[in-house]
Design a binder for this molecule. Structure first.
Ligand SMILES: [Zn+2]
Length: 86
C-alpha cells in the first residue's frame, strides 16, 4: 500500500520553517533548511506529521545541527506540547 507522504510532508515542513522564521531550534540561529523530529520517528512513527513534534533545523545548511544530533533523545529542557496523554 502506498504511504501517504510526499506532498503532505513537504507542506508541513514548509509550514514549520515559516512559523519558526527558519530559526534552528538547536543553535537558535536563522537559516534552517529542514525540520527535526523532537521525538525521533524511530521511536514514535505516529508523530511524524504532528506539528508539535517538529522544529526547524539546519540539516544540509551549515552547521548541520540535525546531523550532529543524530537520533539521540531530546534534551529534557525541551517542552513538547501535545494533547496526548503519555
Ligand atoms: Zn542550527
Amino acid at each position: 500500500m502506498p504511504r501517504i507522504g510526499g506532498h503532505r510532508a513537504r507542506k508541513l515542513k514548509q509550514q514549520v520553517l515559516v512559523e519558526e522564521n527558519y530559526i534552528c531550534h538547536l543553535c537558535k540561529k536563522p537559516g534552517a533548511d529542514s525540520v527535526d523530529h523532537l521525538i525521533p520517528i524511530e521511536f514514535r512513527p505516529d508523530l511524524e506529521f504532528v506539528r508539535d513534534n517538529l522544529r526547524a533545523v539546519h540539516h544540509n545548511a551549515w552547521p548541520r545541527c540535525n546531523r550532529k544530533r543524530g537520533s539521540k533523545p531530546i534534551p529534557a529542557t525541551t517542552t513538547l506540547h501535545t494533547s496526548r496523554v503519555w
